[in-house]
Every structure is written in C-alpha cells, then in structure tokens.
Design a protein around this ligand. Structure first.
Ligand SMILES: [Fe+2]
Length: 390
C-alpha cells in the first residue's frame, strides 16, 4: 500500500479523454476526426511522411470525405521553430484538428501546434506550469513507437536553440482528445529502435513506481508495464514481426505513460539527459544505460518496492529479505539490457573518463528531477553514479 496523502498532498491522475487501443484501430481515425473537426492536419516527420503508415492515414481520411493536410517538419528534439512553423501551416490552411503521428518528437510537436494555433502567440509564451489559458485545437495522437507515452501525458518538451536548453510546457490542455494506439503501426520498427524505446518505457514505469510522488493510481499501471516489458521486449526486439510482442509492448508503453503522467520521474531521466546533449545519444538509449546504476544507488530508498520490481521481472524472491530481493531488480534490468543488445557501460560508447565531470555538471542542471527520486542526490552522489556507469 502506498503512503496516505494528508495536508497539502493529493492523489491526482491525468489521462486523455479517450484511449482507443487495438490491432487495426487506425481505421477508427476518420470517425474520431469527424467528431472533433472538419479539416485535420497531420503532424509528423519527413521520414514518416514517406512511409505507408502516413500514406494510408491520408488515404483513409480522404476516403471518408475529408481533406487532410500534412506538416512533416518535425525533427528529433524539436526546436521551438518546429512548432511555430507547424502553427503557420495550421493557420494558413484553416485546419481545425491536429493529428500527431510518430514517436515522442512528432506527438510533442503536435501538442505544441494544437496549443499555439488555438491560443495565439508563440510556443515560448506557454512554457512552465499551467501557462496555457485555453484548450487550443482538439488533437488525436497516434504513436508509431512503443516507448515515449507522450500520447497520454500533459507535457511537451521543445529545445530552445538560443541557449540549448529544454523548455517544458505542462498543461492539462496538452492531454489528447483521443490517444489512438494501433500496435500494428510498430511492426516496422528496427531492432535497435525497438530496444531503445522499450527501455524508455521501462524507465518510465520503474522511476514512477519508486518515486516518492507515486500514487495509488500510478502503481498498478507501473506494475503491469514492468511485467509486460520484461516479458515481451526481448521478443519484440529480436523477432519484430511477432504480433503478440508488439501488442503488449504498445500496451506497456501507454500504461507506463499513464503512470508517469501522474506519478513523476526521477534521477535516471536527469542523468541520462547530458548523454543526449553531449553525445547525441537517443533518449531511450541514454535512459537505458543509466537505469541499473541509478537503481543500485537508490535501493536503500525503497527496498520494498525494488523487491517488488524484482518479482514483477520474474526473479525468484521467495524467502529473501526485501534488501536481498531488491538487488535482484538491478540484475534483472542488466540481463534484459543484454538480451536486447544494449551495451550498458559509458566506456562502451567512446566516452572518455575525463569527460565525466561534464556529465556531472549536465546532470546537476536537471536537479528538479531529484525531488521525486527515492534517494537525495548531492553532486558527490551523482559523480559516484557516473563512475559506476563508466
Ligand atoms: Fe523518457
């Protein structure tokens, strides 16, 4: 049982208005679109826009008598311009419903386009907590990876290239009207992307589960996600056409998204962040690398929950004390990494030992994410974790 909330603490749970999940669910899109507007704008990246996925989406919307538009200017780690350019397209074409298709960058950009088109101004005007006055355009979010969870969260992140920082917009208006998840859309993901994005979902579930901000709502979603990912990620990675594995990975990523949307994240995302900015590592890969080392350091902060994670991941924990069982959760994560082909040490990525101080500096800038972490982290602690990871 989680802690009782008293005083100023509350159990809060955010979710989209509607979640549609299932193989072939993409064919529900025209009907959902028509309930929200007349003219949909697809927001995606230039790679996705050439795939059958986006071509099919355009086709089914046209067959239903709609005139969909396409904005494929999304780039990874989307800069402010990526959103503001999409807003221009939406305004010029009088589009009234936004359909985000792709990974986290496409769905985040779609959220931004919907908010800024409906509220006016520029994306920078809405950075921070609850700075968005009105709902903006309605939106449907369609993930094509199984990891980010952006389809069910109330957050989007953009990069301000002026000072190379991430700007975050938190607002309940970022929640999608419809999160449409069709696991068939993830079938074409290559093994390394499957592994990286799947590990990102695992990090979401584990970080939320052990966070001091975890709630009675986030725990069951996190638990189910951890169970599904440890069972299905290896198969989805090495046998990508396995429908069952893709189905449950898509489900797990959405459940993990629902969990962290309300329960918060922690030090893994904080310490992974500089690996992305300094070494251009993907979000999922950098998080995957840091996960076991942060877990190991965090263990004393919540032996009981780490012991549970070991159990969810299939470890034998009968007759073990919580502290002994907790260690097995770290072993389970390392084994999973190995099974999906992710080298787990920083030295495996041509990172020099003398560069660790840069990582420490970058990690400390994300200290806001240390607040929900089950163990307080000083600069010395952060140094130790990167050394362990090296
Ligand atoms: Fe993440």
């Amino acid at each position: 049982m989680g802690a009782i909330k008293t005083g100023e603490e509350r159990e809060i749970f955010y979710s989209p208005t509607k979640i549609i999940f299932g193989l072939g669910a993409i064919k529900d899109l025209p009907n959902e679109c028509k309930q929200l507007g007349k003219k949909p704008l697809i927001v995606t990246d230039s790679f996705m826009s050439k795939t059958e996925i986006v071509k099919d989406i355009m086709e089914i919307l046209k067959s239903a008598g709609m005139e969909p538009g396409l904005y494929d200017g999304v780039v990874p780690e989307p800069p402010l311009e990526s959103v503001d350019n999409g807003v221009k397209v939406a305004l010029e074409g009088n589009y009234d419903v936004i359909v985000g298709v792709g990974g986290g960058s496409s769905m985040d950009t779609a959220k931004g386009v919907a908010i800024v088109t409906g509220n006016g101004g520029k994306v920078l005007d809405y950075v921070g907590m609850d700075q968005v006055p009105k709902p903006g355009l309605p939106k449907i979010l369609i993930p094509t990876t199984a990891g980010t969870g952006s389809e069910v969260t109330r957050v989007f992140v953009v990069t301000d290239l002026n000072d190379n920082t991430k700007k975050v917009v938190y607002s309940a208006y970022n929640l999608s009207n419809v999160a449409l998840i069709d696991p068939a859309l993830t079938l074409g993901m290559p093994p390394s992307v499957t592994a990286d994005t799947g590990m990102d979902a695992l990090v979401h579930a584990i970080e939320t589960y052990v966070a001091i901000t975890a709630t009675q709502f986030s725990d069951p979603f996190a638990e189910k996600a951890i169970r599904l990912i440890s069972k299905y990620l290896p198969i989805a990675t090495i046998k990508g056409e396995n429908i069952e594995a893709r189905y449950y990975m898509a489900l797990a990523a959405t459940l993990a998204g629902l969990a962290f949307a309300s329960g918060g994240l922690g030090a893994v995302h904080a310490l992974a962040y500089p690996l992305g900015t300094e070494y251009h590592m993907s979000h999922g890969r950098s998080n995957a690398i840091m996960l076991p080392y942060v877990m190991e350091y965090n263990l004393p902060g919540n032996f009981e929950k780490y012991a549970k994670i070991a159990e969810f991941m299939g470890e034998k924990v009968d007759n073990l004390s919580d502290s002994d069982a907790a260690i097995k959760s770290v072993e389970a994560v390392k084994r999973l990494q190995k099974n999906v082909g992710i080298p787990s040490r920083l030295r495996d990525y041509n990172i020099k030992k003398e560069d660790l101080s840069k990582l420490v500096e970058g990690g400390m800038k994300q200290a806001r994410l240390f607040v929900p972490n089950p163990r307080n982290l000083s600069k010395e602690d952060v140094e130790k974790i990167y050394e362990m990871a090296y």
